[in-house]
Design a protein around this ligand. Structure first.
Ligand SMILES: Nc1ncnc2c1ncn2[C@@H]1O[C@H](COP(=O)(O)OP(=O)(O)OP(=O)(O)O)[C@@H](O)[C@H]1O
Length: 283
């Protein structure tokens, strides 16, 4: 059993510890698969004495886009970084509770964070290509995992999935830094896709981009959701409403106040606090 077969309850210590990536069948649709990719139980996070998240219990469905929204400082990015253990890189950060990926607690001692990050790719707010060629940027993760397949074919496939291939196919050996901001962000998405992850985390991926580049990224997220589970932090409520199937609202104190279908959150939230936030009475 491995992450490639999430239905197997014995999942994943193995695939998180060594695991060459294996191609995965695409079975998801925007109505989701009915399976849960990530489920958390009482996740709390502190940076030193500062509590950033409080008792987060939630489930993220496979094959859908889940948006995390809420005011500045409510812990959205912290939650995202818990999923692929990027918070491990922050000395003062302490995570309590359980965060499971296909049933396997990613904080178990036998989980290799590098293997985890292949399964859970990440795209950041500011495009951050390496100072290397376009081809090398996309191939980077494949090299680390010792991929022994056709690297050029995977690079092409990833750039196509990131809607960038047509623009760069004749300049694969040129620097990724010479691309426009929007192209750089799509390059970073191609880099995240190349190792064939299960989940793509996006931390405000369009906030540094102009409206046209933003619209391309939003279209791309829609396409990616055909094949991957996407979890996206956004400050832009209209964007969350446009692109996500599920929305989680975090509020001050690092509390998850409501998680529901995006239409329900925006049209008929259960919580008055969420309604106040959505309507701009509180922010
Ligand atoms: N590296 C860090 N060291 C110390 N405190 C941190 C660190 N990162 C975040 N915090 C604190 O944790 C809390 C949550 O921050 P986080 O960035 O997760 O919130 P956010 O909702 O993503 O905010 P924003 O929307 O402004 O990006 C804040 O109080 C923040 O100051």
């Amino acid at each position: 059993m491995s992450f490639e077969d999430p239905a197997d309850p014995t999942a994943d210590a193995e695939s998180l510890t060594d695991a060459p990536a294996v191609g995965r069948e695409t079975t998801t649709t925007r109505s989701g698969t009915g399976r849960t990719v990530i489920d958390t139980r009482n996740v709390s996070v502190h940076y030193g004495e500062t509590q950033a998240l409080s008792d987060i219990t939630m489930e993220i469905p496979e094959g859908m886009v889940t948006a995390l929204i809420g005011p500045s400082g409510c812990g959205k990015s912290t939650f995202l970084r818990c999923i692929n253990r990027m918070n491990d890189l922050i000395d003062t950060c302490r995570v309590e509770g359980e965060l499971r990926l296909y049933g396997k607690n990613v904080y178990d001692d036998d989980v290799d964070p590098v293997a985890l990050r292949r399964k859970v790719g990440m795209v950041f707010q500011k495009p951050n290509p390496f100072p290397k060629s376009i081809r090398e940027n996309v191939a980077y993760g494949l090299e680390i995992q010792g991929f022994d397949g056709d690297v050029d074919a995977r690079v092409e496939e990833s750039l196509k999935s990131a809607a960038l291939w047509d623009e760069v196919k004749d300049q694969l050996d040129e620097s990724g830094l010479d691309l426009s901001g929007g192209q750089q962000q799509r390059l970073c998405i191609a880099r995240a896709i190349a190792p064939d992850p299960e989940v793509i985390l996006m931390d405000e991926p369009a906030s540094a981009l102009d409206p046209i580049a933003t619209s391309k990224i939003e279209d791309l997220i829609d396409d990616l959701a055909e094949e991957y589970t996407v979890v996206i932090v956004t400050h832009n409520m209209q964007q969350a409403a446009r692109i996500s199937d599920r929305t989680a609202v975090f509020l001050t104190g690092g509390e998850l106040v409501e998680l529901d279908d995006t239409d329900s959150i925006f049209e008929n939230p259960d919580s008055e606090r969420v309604e106040n936030y959505i309507t701009g009475k509180f922010g």
